[in-house]
Write a protein that binds this ligand. Sequence first.
Ligand SMILES: [Zn+2]
Length: 187
Amino acid sequence: MTLLNELLEYNTQFVKEKKFLEYATTKTPNRKLLIVSCMDTRLTELSLKALGLKNGDIKQVKNAGAVISHPYGSTMRSILVGVYQLDVDEVIIMGHHDCGFGALKPEPIIEEMKNRGINNEIFKTLKHSGIEVYDWLKGFESVQESVQAGVKNVKNHPLMDDSVPIHGLVMDPETGKVDLIVNGYEY
Ligand SMILES: [Zn+2]
């Protein structure tokens, strides 16, 4: 059986047995909080449980590295939609130690793209269009600095409501322990 079929089969049972009832909640976050965190597999449940949060408590935005790299990209848009339409009163940018994105080097990714058949011409075309794939795929040196930069980018965004506290945390992906990087109430 393929993975997709396995998921679909499980889903049929899930719905039939009304297992969804224990997850019933609304589309606005109970804790009025939005957290940007990394897509790291270790954080899927740990990042919520370690902060005492459950389904329905927060808006969760995930990407590789929990970075806010573009002021008008989809992560920043999600934050603004959360604040202006979905009852979000506070935002946390949460990076983590041992982040795969932090260790990211563009060279092996580009090499692997080429190995899988992405033509060199495509990289040239993108470069002509002003897209520097190399820079775009570069990770960060320090997770603390990346979180600080993320907080700053959100806080200083021209469309952001000044009164919304933007906090910065770094989580240990093994123990769930967080270090406070930026206290948004003081920032
Ligand atoms: Zn990560």
